[in-house]
Design a protein around this ligand. Sequence first.
Ligand SMILES: [Zn+2]
Length: 194
Amino acid sequence: MVYGRYKGIRNAAWQTLIDFHVTQLPVHVMRIAKTAGIRVLKNEQAQMLSDNQCGLSILTDVQWFVIYDETMSVTRKRFTIAHELGHIFLGHALKEGFHARQFEGAHPEDEQEANMYAIRLLAPACVLWGLNLHTPEEIANACAISLSSAQWRAKRMEELYRRNRFLTAPLERKVYQQFESFITEHKREGDSGK
Ligand SMILES: [Zn+2]
């Protein structure tokens, strides 16, 4: 399944949540990969990552594999797998047969897009809004993402809260509906805590 760039990264992340029937946080990235027929392997088994890589995706004939560094924190593992799903679902061109995510170094456009996809998949704005989550700590806890990813998301969320830009797109409304009972059960009461 390739969502492509034509719809934009935001739409691709929403479409993934819809297609894989995700109804609660934290988003279960392993389940999405499995349902999509992507095999996720620890580097311990695959032995394919070089020292500066934390994950990569590779296509052999018709089988996609995602390989990740199992020694990372849970939150980094989740983000890395979501990032690799981004490469696959956005239809990024393979470089010499595989996408590799490195700890450091240049981040070409594809790397940025995969990161943008990953954060939108793991921390969908309309769900955070529904839950009334604002601070990086709240977002990190609810989404099982690192505090640094959550800080980035919280900044974006404040902008969206200020502009009240939620549920304007049909796809986003669909995502919200899917999460509605989870939101009702887990909604944070009161003010933003600021
Ligand atoms: Zn990458």
